[in-house]
Design a protein around this ligand. Structure first.
Ligand SMILES: Nc1ncnc2c1ncn2[C@@H]1O[C@H](COP(=O)(O)OP(=O)(O)OP(=O)(O)O)[C@@H](O)[C@H]1O
Ligand SMILES: [Mg+2]
Length: 266
């Protein structure tokens, strides 16, 4: 069990969000780090648990500028004490959000440990035949081995690195339609993710005019994450459905526009 914490006067458990897909490079770290930055900027005490021995989330956090809202990072891969035990003891007691980044090539029997106590599980899927095929396997393992029931509203897909008007994007959306699992967001392929990641930021922390489409996608994702699942989401967290705050950075000269990703809307 997660340690109890409080928001206002009410004692609640932190909201635990797990980002999982054994397929390498599908966007787990990108989504986990952006979520952590989003919730931290919205004023919530956020913990980012990095289970990947590559340490990508941990490296992202080490680049995060000091003036940005703090995120408490834990390099879980350094611990060999077992996922569940070490998890509970390494999350500060006043934590409100726990974001879990998981490794590639996760064995299906590790799904059980990784998803235990998760309020929401996000599975990023890229628009490619190989990724679509791998996603079918991963969903089956989540449903059958980790026993995540479809009807608890805990599992959703994030279509990632999407290029609109491509055949493979249409195949991905057809495949996702057939699954009967919600698609919480469709994230476009954008250099904004790479720029933000290099600087320890979330895309919403880039200058607003530069990342407007990303902001809209993330609001859709956060709205799904805050939909009630097996337990009620505390009222206080619903303030997150809006943008955490206006992005407030001046545009940097080293951030060219991204013509490859226009038009920007889906
Ligand atoms: N929407 C996006 N647009 C552009 N680049 C992206 C997007 N999402 C992810 N990337 C880039 O794709 C690469 C892989 O993403 P990421 O590291 O998040 O995947 P991962 O699933 O964590 O990989 P691994 O399985 O190795 O841990 C990174 O270079 C990342 O910056
Ligand atoms: Mg990763």
């Amino acid at each position: 069990m997660m340690p109890m914490t409080s928001i206002g006067n009410e004692a609640v458990n932190p909201l635990k969000i797990v980002v999982l897909n054994p397929k390498g490079g599908s966007g787990k770290t990108t989504i986990a780090t952006n979520l952590a930055a989003y919730f931290a900027q919205a004023g919530h005490r956020t913990v980012l648990l990095d289970f990947d021995s590559q340490g990508s989330s941990t490296r992202w956090l080490s680049k995060r500028p000091e003036e940005r809202p703090a995120i408490h990072g834990v390099a879980m891969y350094e611990s060999h004490a077992g996922v569940t035990r070490s998890f509970a003891t390494r999350v500060p007691a006043d934590t409100q959000m726990v974001i879990v980044d998981t490794p590639a090539a996760l064995a299906k029997y590790d799904f059980v440990d990784m998803t235990r106590g998760a309020d929401k599980i996000l599975m990023p899927v890229l628009p490619s035949d190989i990724d679509i095929h791998a996603a079918t396997r991963c969903i089956a393992d989540l449903l059958l081995i980790a026993k995540i029931p479809r009807n608890e509203n805990r599992l959703a897909i994030v279509a990632n690195r999407v290029k609109r008007n491509t055949i493979v994007f249409r195949s991905l959306m057809r495949f996702l339609d057939s699954l009967d699992i919600p698609v919480a967001a469709v994230l476009r392929d954008s250099q904004n993710y790479i720029r933000a990641s290099e600087r320890g930021l979330g895309v919403h922390e880039l200058v607003k005019s530069q990342a407007k489409p990303e902001l809209e996608h993330w609001q859709s994702l956060v709205a799904w994450l805050l939909e009630p699942s097996r337990r009620d989401v505390p009222d206080e967290l619903f303030s997150l459905v809006g943008a955490p705050s206006d992005a407030n950075e001046p545009a940097a000269a080293s951030h060219p526009t991204d013509p490859a990703t226009e038009p920007s809307r889906f």
